[in-house]
Design a protein around this ligand. Structure first.
Ligand SMILES: Cc1cc2nc3c(=O)[nH]c(=O)nc-3n(C[C@H](O)[C@H](O)[C@H](O)COP(=O)(O)O)c2cc1C
Length: 174
């Protein structure tokens, strides 16, 4: 097993997948990793909709983004929702913490997938079509779409992003 630091540093967004199918067991592990994320008051405000072994639905969802050409080749898409039923209220700041918990859950998913040899990409651009995504997935009205995550075995030709040097990000260190 990779050390956590090596998993964090080596994970990259993957936008090109092989046609190899993913096991249900691996998706379950990825969702388990999500569920162990921290959340305000341990409310665990996340819900997931998994689309795999359904090329037609993957194509329809992909068509809601500008990334259709590569996204539709993903063997699996996972829609991540915030369950507004479990969220105290929408007061600014309080609502934000639940959204942050979803971010933590998604990051756990990406890291767990990487450790399983799977590639992922976090798709936020699809949020502009939240209503259509919810309709396609039959998601109930209290669920708010946070992201769609593509999952698949990485092709070799993926671009690897870089980072600024850490000193540029530190504004103070007392
Ligand atoms: C909130 C969020 C939304 C994102 N939305 C998209 C997206 O719509 N399409 C895409 O290709 N990548 C998307 N990404 C992935 C970023 O482009 C990527 O994480 C960034 O370029 C750094 O590259 P890396 O993940 O390979 O380290 C998103 C990432 C985050 C955190």
């Amino acid at each position: 097993m990779d050390s956590i630091m090596s998993t964090i540093v080596n994970r990259r967004s993957i936008r090109s997948y092989t046609s190899e199918k993913i096991s249900k067991n691996d998706i379950t592990k990825i969702l388990t990793a999500a569920s162990w994320a921290p959340s305000g008051n341990n409310l665990q405000p996340w819900k997931f909709s998994v689309v795999m072994n359904n090329e037609e639905l993957i194509k329809r969802l992909s068509s809601l983004t500008i990334y259709q050409s590569w996204l539709q080749t993903s063997p699996c898409l996972i829609a991540v929702f915030l369950d507004t039923k479990v969220v105290d209220n929408k007061v600014e700041g309080i609502y934000l913490k639940h959204v942050q918990a979803i971010g933590a859950a998604i990051q756990n998913m990406l890291l767990a997938a990487h450790e399983l040899g799977l590639g992922t990409c976090w798709i936020g651009e699809i949020l502009k079509n939240e209503d259509l995504v919810k309709e396609m997935l039959g998601a109930s009205k209290e669920l708010e779409l946070m992201a769609v995550i593509s999952v698949g075995y990485p092709n070799k030709n993926n671009i690897r992003s870089k980072r600024r040097v850490i000193s540029e990000n530190i504004i103070s260190w007392f």
